[in-house]
Design a protein around this ligand. Structure first.
Ligand code: FE
Ligand code: FE
Length: 192
């Protein structure tokens, strides 16, 4: 059985009471498949990572405490949003495969990290641009992505996400700012 078949079964069962979330997950999987084909990334790894990226969206802090390190748990107190990404990555490792690239892609899907692999980029940007996202920001970034500019799409998604957070009075995560800086440099350096 392919990893992605196993992931689809597991996530459909685990999130059976969260149909909207499942629809989002299938959208992420579809986009990840398109991008994996375009950028020559292992299709089964891309699809299985996409399917598991939000697996633990509704899991408890108590469940997370069985998997996460003390440092990770402390970080999640401050940024509760990270909990589902970290725990989903550990669940992938436990239930699907110990592939490190997939683990990292799920672990970092919220804000990315400096020096992302192509698979990490694919999962992060598929999450932001999947077809069920209808915010104007997401539609604009989807267009940039499908026009073939992966790095610019990531840069634009970061700018918009940070602006959105600030609008809600939330502080940006330090890693978000680090990744933003990296992509700002990349985009700038293209023109010199
Ligand atoms: Fe997520
Ligand atoms: Fe998601």
């Amino acid at each position: 059985m392919q990893l992605s078949d196993k992931a689809l079964k597991l996530v459909s069962d685990h999130l059976k009471d969260h149909q909207k979330r499942l629809t989002h997950i299938l959208g992420v999987c579809e986009m990840a498949e398109t991008l994996a084909l375009r950028y020559n990334v292992d299709l089964d790894l891309a699809k299985s990572s996409a399917l598991m990226h939000d697996y633990s969206k509704y899991d408890s802090y108590e469940e997370a405490s069985k998997y996460l390190t003390k440092e990770e748990l402390e970080e999640c107190y401050k940024y509760p949003f990270m909990l589902h990404a970290y725990l989903s990555a550990y669940k992938y490792k436990e239930l699907i495969s110990d592939n490190k690239d997939s683990f990292n892609a799920i672990y970092n899907h919220v804000f990315g990290r400096p020096n992302m692999s192509i698979l990490e980029k694919i999962i992060m940007i598929s999450d932001y641009t999947e077809k069920n996202r209808t915010y104007p920001d997401c539609i604009e970034v989807r267009k940039i992505l499908l026009d073939g500019d992966l790095d610019l799409a990531i840069y634009e998604s970061l700018v918009r996400t940070i602006k959105h957070c600030e609008g809600e009075g939330k502080v940006a995560h330090p890693r978000q700012l680090e990744v933003l800086k990296e992509y700002e440099e990349r985009i700038k350096n293209r023109w010199i």
